[in-house]
Design a protein around this ligand. Structure first.
Ligand code: TRP
Length: 335
């Protein structure tokens, strides 16, 4: 049997934080090391233009995310690691798929519907501030996935609908032009933690409550100290299951360390002490990667070279695929 192909994209519109690490980066790198599947990871920089019109930010985020994955041990020889915009076949496929996508399907996309609803609540015109990029972005995402005939797409819950849309579009294309695409499936890992942020809500850039992954030690300590806690005094028993401090602990600790911390909570550990231990645990796990990250950030040429190599690997496939698809739709030489 051929290996299952696993593909996922990371939008380059922010600085990686502990939630991204625990929820996406760490499990993806672990899976890529098991060697039972073929992994494709890419920097979704075309996608970032939907959210960010700040060119410096887009470039900086691309650099930070690439350096993060490499610093954490992603091996570009065993996975195909590339930047979306280095694959010119992707926008071409996006157009082929656009011409196979029902507008009604895009009308149902949550991200678009959410934006319309927000406008309506504010009494604005329904289309206010909505670009065609936001409206049709599930088609770009479908092209990312279908280009490489990926089977499994590890994503967060908010992205399941987009993978299903990719599947719909693939089916329609296959029906019309012949069996060109594998039908992809979203993979949501329920064992992976969704971290709480500083304020106790889900850690997310859009809430401004994140702990960036590669802060200096001093800054990491400062951020951990900012995690919201209740007013219980040292000696008073504390509930681990409603505490972001405990939850982050659990995402980094061994099962035994987790049991010990649970006991410490029951025994009334002081918040200051729990945070100190949390800092030490997290810092210890990140210290080597942080050093590699800082080195990579000083050396953009090295990171660029890795991405160019990845693009070559990816394009070996995308060139073949687009040639086949061009022929299928009738975009062909005349003789
Ligand atoms: N849209 C995804 C997100 O915001 C990122 C992404 C782009 C992606 N293309 C993809 C994820 C293809 C999986 C497959 O998280």
């Amino acid at each position: 049997m051929t290996k299952q192909r696993v593909l996922t994209g990371i939008t380059t519109s922010g600085t990686p934080h502990l939630g991204n690490y625990v929820g996406a980066i760490r499990p993806a790198i672990e899976a890529s090391r098991r060697g039972d599947c073929e992994s494709f990871f890419f920097l979704a920089d075309y996608h970032s233009l939907i959210k960010s019109q700040d060119p410096e930010m887009v470039q900086r985020s691309t650099m930070e995310i690439a350096a993060t994955w490499l610093a954490l041990g992603l091996d570009p020889d065993t996975v195909t690691f590339y930047r979306q915009s280095d694959i010119p076949e992707i926008p071409e496929l996006t157009w082929f798929l656009t011409c196979m996508t029902a507008k009604g399907l895009m009308n149902r996309a949550h991200a678009y519907k959410g934006a319309v609803q927000a406008n309506e609540e504010l009494g604005e015109d329904a289309d206010h501030g909505i670009t065609m990029g936001l409206f049709s972005y599930p088609i770009l995402m479908a092209a990312d996935i279908l280009m490489f005939n990926a089977h499994q797409i590890p994503v967060g819950r908010d992205q399941i609908q987009h993978v299903e849309m990719a599947r719909d579009v693939a089916q329609r294309f296959n029906h019309h032009y012949g069996e060109h695409f594998v039908l992809p499936a979203a993979v949501v890992d329920d064992n992976v933690a969704v971290l709480q942020g500083l304020d106790g809500r889900k850690m997310s850039k859009s809430y401004g409550n994140t702990i960036p992954l590669f802060l200096s030690e001093k800054q990491l300590k400062k951020h951990i100290n900012k995690i919201k806690t209740n007013l219980l005094e040292p000696g008073e028993p504390k509930d681990p299951d409603s505490s972001a401090v405990f939850q982050i602990w659990q995402a980094f600790a061994t099962p035994q360390q987790t049991t010990e911390m649970r006991q410490a909570f029951a025994g009334g550990i002081a918040w200051g002490e729990a945070k100190k231990q949390l800092f030490e645990l997290v810092n210890h796990q990140l210290v080597d990667a942080r050093e590699r990250y800082n080195e990579l950030m000083q050396n953009p040429a090295a990171v660029e070279a890795v991405l160019q190599q990845g693009a070559e690997k990816a394009r070996a496939e995308s060139r073949k695929m687009i040639a086949k698809l061009r022929n299928a739709v009738g975009i062909r030489p005349l003789c």
